[in-house]
Design a protein around this ligand. Sequence first.
Ligand code: G3P
Ligand code: CA
Length: 235
Amino acid sequence: MSPEVVAHRGASTRRPEHTLAAYELALRQGADGLECDVRLTKDGHLVCLHDRTIDRTSTGSGAVSAMTLDELRRHDFGSWHGGEPAEVLTLDALLGLAADHGTRLFIETKHPVRYGSRVERTLADQLKRYRLDVVMMSFSVFAVHRFKKLRPEVPTVLLYDRLWPQTRPRFVDYAGPGVHLLRRHPDRGHGVYTWTADDPADIALCRERGVRFLATNNPDETRAHLADNLTPDQP
Ligand code: G3P
Ligand code: CA
């Protein structure tokens, strides 16, 4: 089985990350799933942003947690990348897009953050409004644990960066090693979620080792590399 291609922050090489344009392009490119990071605004909205502040990816500055959604909406999140101007993307809008396309959404909660466990509580509540294939992820084992207690039916990924333990807690459905860890432990690749594989050698490694979900910034190139690696007895 070829890995499912997950668009990391959307098609984020070609479009500004975490914008509607990035996710729409990923869907046109045939991504099987979409990945996003979420953070809570001061007034309790989950928005799709990676960094603690908006300095890198917008025309504004300051911490996401110190701004309301209306304040975030005053800034442009597209032109830093050379793209069209873009509004901050709410998780609600992305859930709507994923639901319209029947596409699996991988949602990563960032920690440590000012609002702590409120992030997972808000996410668990918000997901009740959607009938959608969702996977919750975090580098924080505590975040994954508390989310699983709230929504046991939603699959979870525990992300690993520096070390990849041999075993995972029972509330973790998939291990989520960075591709640098997969290179170090290729024998453990079967059925895992791996991030972020853009290099053809890494994509080939994911396929050979039976990775289940492959997060990439370039869904179209990754799909092409996976197709190139097909052999006649590997449909
Ligand atoms: O998909 C997991 C990966 O996104 C984790 O790293 O820093 O890109 O959120 P980061
Ligand atoms: Ca992420």
